[in-house]
Design a protein around this ligand. Structure first.
Ligand code: PLP
Length: 405
């Protein structure tokens, strides 16, 4: 397949019009939106507006929309998650929200004592689970992700899972996994960091219990954007939060000394929200009101499919680690090579940005809102040429260690 065919695919792409809304790094093919999504001018403007309101009105900014901003952002996010607005709170980091969700999940099953986690999950998930267990007296049981379903027995209170594996890009069938856990009476806590904004999520329909995710990957909220947490409505009566910050109070500005939680998931708001980054996130989500998530998911499948097919033909030294069935992956493809780190560095010098996960994975994210089919073609063309020339062996001193999640 040649470059022109990829250009024709771009011309037919219904999401093509959306790409123009993003300020992509100039002269580069950006395949790292699964780590840090791209910037939109409206996001720049929103951050600038906050600074301007601060300058002009100082404390008066709180009466000019800042107090309601977390709620309005959660309202927008509800549409992206297939949830009701009062099932979502926007606050804190994913790690902190995981803590809240795990504690809440354990409190929904007080007669049980096991917290089941996949040991190969994203490190923060495993660390937070161990901290929660130590604090609550629950036992962590660690198994590998592929046998998680079979490890759920009637002592398991909470199952913590990632929807999409951050290394391999493998996606589990969320609705099916929820069904299995529910049959055994366990609560599921989902980490959706690598699917939110890339897939057509339907948390209510799939009967998820609790979920968390970050906003700086496919949601493009900016570095360190506030994360979110979901709690299904049927649990709201019994929903407990261990972090009872005043912004999660039903009436924060009554300054009451007795705690009354805010409605539904909004009780997971915690302390004073980071207005600068919250305003950026609120603006970044607007684009999702212009697209159908089914289109976004379909394009993720097509971009990753094209990448895999081209790699198969042109880069025979690379093993495709990500599942080939579109329903078993999201918008990421991982490739295995012993010199993964050197290859990613050399690719970056050629203008193609991906990342490396130790020891031997090259990771590429295909954010459907702004990555095109010609980008995919160009990336594989560079990769194939690089493998032929072996010029990654020149040394990899200038490669970033990959600090970004
Ligand atoms: C990116 C990511 C996180 C990030 O957690 P933070 O607290 O926002 O740093 C958590 N879990 C998974 C699976 C991720 O991919």
């Amino acid at each position: 397949m040649d470059r022109m065919t990829a250009q024709e695919m771009d011309a037919r792409d219904p999401l093509r019009r959306v790409r123009g809304r993003f300020l992509l790094p100039e002269g580069r093919v950006y395949l790292d939106g699964n780590s840090l999504g791209a910037l939109q001018p409206s996001v720049q403007q929103a951050a600038h507006d906050v600074l301007e309101t601060w300058r002009a009105h100082a404390i008066g900014g709180w009466n000019r929309g800042w107090v309601e901003l977390a709620g309005r952002t959660a309202d927008r996010l509800a549409g992206v998650l297939g949830a009701e607005p009062d099932e979502i709170a926007v606050a804190d980091s994913t790690s902190t929200n995981l803590f809240k969700a795990l504690v809440a999940g354990l409190e929904l099953r007080p007669d049980r004592h096991t917290l089941l986690v996949a040991g190969d999950d994203f490190p923060t998930d495993v660390y937070v689970a161990s901290g929660v267990a130590e604090l609550t007296g629950a036992q962590v049981r660690t198994v590998s992700a592929d046998v998680l379903d079979d490890a759920i027995d009637d002592d398991v209170a909470v199952v913590l899972r990632s929807h999409v594996d951050y290394r391999t890009g493998r996606r589990v069938d969320l609705a099916e996994a929820v069904g299995r856990a529910r049959t055994v009476g366990a609560v599921t806590v989902w980490d959706l960091s690598h699917s939110v904004g890339a897939l057509d999520l339907q948390l209510d329909e799939w009967q998820a219990d609790l979920a968390v995710g970050c906003s700086y990957k496919y949601l493009n909220g900016g570095p360190g954007a506030p994360a979110w947490i979901y709690a299904a409505k049927r649990h709201h009566d019994q929903l407990a939060t261990a972090l009872r910050g005043w912004f999660g109070h039903v009436e924060p500005f009554a300054f009451s000394s007795s705690y009354v939680p805010a409605e539904g998931a909004r009780r997971f708001e915690n302390g004073t929200p980071p207005i600068l980054s919250l305003a950026a996130l609120h603006a970044s989500l607007e684009v999702f009101e212009q697209v159908a998530l089914s289109e976004v998911e379909r394009k993720a499948a097509e971009l990753t499919d094209l990448f895999i097919r081209l790699v198969d033909v042109r880069c025979r030294d690379l093993e495709v680690v990500t599942p080939r069935a579109p329903s078993a992956r999201a918008a990421q493809v991982s490739l295995r090579h012993p010199s993964a780190r050197g290859l990613i560095g050399a690719l970056s010098r050629r203008g193609v940005v991906g990342d490396h996960r130790p020891p031997d994975l090259l990771r590429f994210g295909f954010a459907p809102l702004y990555v095109g089919f010609e980008d995919v073609w160009e990336a594989v063309d560079q990769l194939a040429d690089l493998l032929d020339s072996r010029d990654w062996e020149q040394g990899d001193a200038d490669i970033p260690a990959g600090p970004v999640p």
